[in-house]
Write a protein that binds this ligand. Structure first.
Ligand code: BV8
Length: 260
């Protein structure tokens, strides 16, 4: 079974006709891994993590994004995620999301987009070779039968699980602090095999995501950061370009595809 990031290669064959030529001309990159954070969705109106008050939409992170917080006050946590899920209906992908979807559609080589974001803006822009390593707002997880379900509405009224019918065991399908991110083995494999590691709109505060640049650098990859401000990880990148993602990402994607 071809690894998922090669699924649909044939579909993109037409688009990439020009690119075939490039492959013979030794494209500088073949395997790209892109990591995105809250900064890529900021221009769509999705708040980034820690506002100036250090609070996250008025809450301390530890009060809303840990299993302990959920056990302590499930109504507060369900309400917090219901509000963010509903807010997705009022935002749309921006130029950065669209440029990354274009790269996904036209890149002839291997590409994996790993997002820390739980919003659905990458897939709404058209990205397909995508992993939500910290979960998704539009998914609910039944902890009784361990099944996950696309979810567009509230969980605060504790709806029964569509699979096992158990009520009161559906939680947001979100990776909270202290919980293992999704698809870590696959992500680490791709990061250690990539020749271009691109990080967009992330402060480099949260691990294991913040450590990917070191893995990629050790594997000899070119490492590039596109961010509004310097981040905790800027020193560990080969190159940092500062500015809004809505400007930097389309320009960077144009550069990469112009090599095709
Ligand atoms: C785990 C879902 C075991 C929730 C999230 C090592 C050292 C220290 C601590 C740890 C460590 N290893 C683990 C830890 C503990 C912890 C951690 O990292 N704590 C931190 C706070 C110190 N990590 C964990 O608990 C992780 N789990 O370790 O499990 C394990 C795992 C693997 C292997 C073995 C064991 C789980 C962490 C996941 C928690 N869930 N999200 C939800 O969303 O509701 S994390 C959440 O916070 C986000 O997903 C993201 O990851 C992070 C926020 O960071 P950013 O996205 O970067 O956002 P931020 O606002 O901080 O920055 C925005 C940036 O964008 C800024 O730089 C800004 O300049 C820029 N920007 C703004 N506007 C723009 C822009 N850039 C461009 N254009 C713009 N317009």
């Amino acid at each position: 079974m071809a690894p998922r990031w090669q699924v649909g290669v044939s579909a993109r064959a037409g688009l990439r006709a020009g690119c075939q030529r490039a492959e013979t001309m030794a494209m500088p990159h073949h395997r790209i891994v892109i990591l995105t954070g809250a900064g890529v969705s900021a221009e769509s109106g999705v708040p980034t993590f820690r506002g100036p008050d250090g609070l996250w939409e008025g809450h301390r992170v530890e009060d809303v994004a840990t299993p302990e917080a959920f056990a302590r006050n499930p109504r507060l946590v369900q309400g917090f995620y219901d509000q963010r899920r509903a807010a997705l209906g009022r935002v749309a992908p921006n130029a950065a999301h669209r440029a990354l979807a274009r790269l996904d559609a036209q890149w002839p080589g291997e590409l994996l987009l790993v997002t820390q974001n739980v919003d659905d803006l990458h897939e709404r822009a058209g990205s397909t070779r995508l992993i939500h390593m910290h979960g998704q707002l539009k998914s609910a997880w039944c902890t009784a039968c361990d099944t996950r379900h696309r979810w567009e509405v509230a969980l605060l009224d504790w709806p029964p699980c569509p699979a096992c019918g158990t009520a009161g065991r559906m939680r947001p399908d979100i990776v909270w602090f202290g919980e293992m991110p999704h698809e870590m083995a696959r992500i680490e494999r791709a990061v250690m095999a990539c020749d271009l590691f691109l990080s967009i709109g992330t402060s480099g505060n949260v691990y294991p995501a913040a450590g990917f640049v070191d893995l990629a650098a050790r594997a000899g990859a070119r490492t590039v950061e596109l961010n509004l401000d310097l981040s905790m990880a800027s020193q560990r990148f080969g190159e940092s370009r500062l500015g809004p993602a809505g400007e930097l990402v389309p320009a960077f994607v144009e550069d990469i595809l112009s090599l095709c």
